[in-house]
Design a protein around this ligand. Sequence first.
Ligand SMILES: Cc1cc2nc3c(=O)[nH]c(=O)nc-3n(C[C@H](O)[C@H](O)[C@H](O)COP(=O)(O)OP(=O)(O)OC[C@H]3O[C@@H](n4cnc5c(N)ncnc54)[C@H](O)[C@@H]3O)c2cc1C
Length: 375
Amino acid sequence: MDTADIVIAGGGMAGASMAYFLVQQGAKNIVLLEREATLAHHSSGRSAAINLEWDADPVIRDLQLLSRDFFYDPPGGFTATDAPIFHRTGVLDVAAPDDLHLLASQVASSQAAGIAVECWTPDEVCHRAPLLIEEYMGGGVYFPNCGNSAIHELLTAYIKHARNGGVQVRTGTEIIGVDCTAGRISTVHTNRGTIQTRCLVNAAGAWADGLYALAGGTPLGITPMRRTIIVPTPPDGYEPGPWPFVHDLSHHFYMKPEGHSIIASPMDEDPIEPCDARPDMLRVAEIADRLERWTRLTVGNIDQRWAGLRSFAPDRRPVMGEDPQIAGFFWLAGQGGVGILTSPSLSRIAAELLVHGETTLMDTDALSPSRLITT
Ligand SMILES: Cc1cc2nc3c(=O)[nH]c(=O)nc-3n(C[C@H](O)[C@H](O)[C@H](O)COP(=O)(O)OP(=O)(O)OC[C@H]3O[C@@H](n4cnc5c(N)ncnc54)[C@H](O)[C@@H]3O)c2cc1C
């Protein structure tokens, strides 16, 4: 029978970054299992790749700030040609004239957290993001240090270094059963054989609760929520520009330039069962309508559309740490809409906790699975 010190379930950004940081912490004999034929087939390959510094939740804000240095200045040789994993494009939150309070609270808490922000008038907003229509804009808050994560480079680099550190990456391998002996993980059964291990990392994204159930746990309530993205065919005469990511708090959409077009989302959050998510036609129609009403865009054909699952715990915070009821079952799930941008900090903290039993990076009580278990 195969043996491993640590089995990681899931080959998305969570599993890949965990493999990388476990190697950094000196862990050995690690196997990463991914059910699909390719890594990042689900949420991680469908993300909008926005890299924000500000979140309403202070715990997530801490994770964002802790990830910042890694994105701005990754370890030498992290990517193959030292290609950047972050592109600074700026992020612009806008709101309608009646909703300026939505921007005011962001300014106050960003400044309190030491995050650089600029307050823009409607005129400045529409000058820097010319697709927006001035009469619908009350103003904007611009975050100059935010931008886009380079998802492919990031994932490839995590996996390359993990493999170099001895991690075995097995795609097409699904965990179908988990045994515990005397309250501790002992065996993982897959469609391709059995692995003896004392530690299973749950980086299974939308399937995180399902994996816990396989080990005999009672689901924590991690709910997958579908999010839809479209790439409309640009209208004649459309000139792509170096515009920031625009997040419209009043009219409920976001958009950003992408190549020769834009990508946009109605910021939907529809709870659904874990699955290979497909876009819902109603949501596609909704975002097309919002773009036509609140921007200068005319949405004719849609070149591409996709959907993915963002999975949230009931309090919308990630779930990270050893399970209080099943020894050796280690959670790394519930990253919601911030799993790419928080991967450097969350997985480093997780790896330190798993290998050394402690971390000095932050107090992890607010992330612990214990908070969601009522006995
Ligand atoms: C439309 C959209 C936009 C987003 N935008 C952003 C953004 O701008 N910024 C940001 O930071 N985040 C964003 N996110 C969120 C981000 O993509 C997720 O938080 C992140 O990808 C979660 O990574 P993961 O590895 O946990 O999940 P996944 O990428 O879904 O990986 C989990 C993997 O586990 C595998 N698996 C499950 N069960 C098993 C099993 N039993 N055996 C083996 N393998 C199994 C699955 O096949 C899957 O590949 C967005 C998400 C979506 C859908």
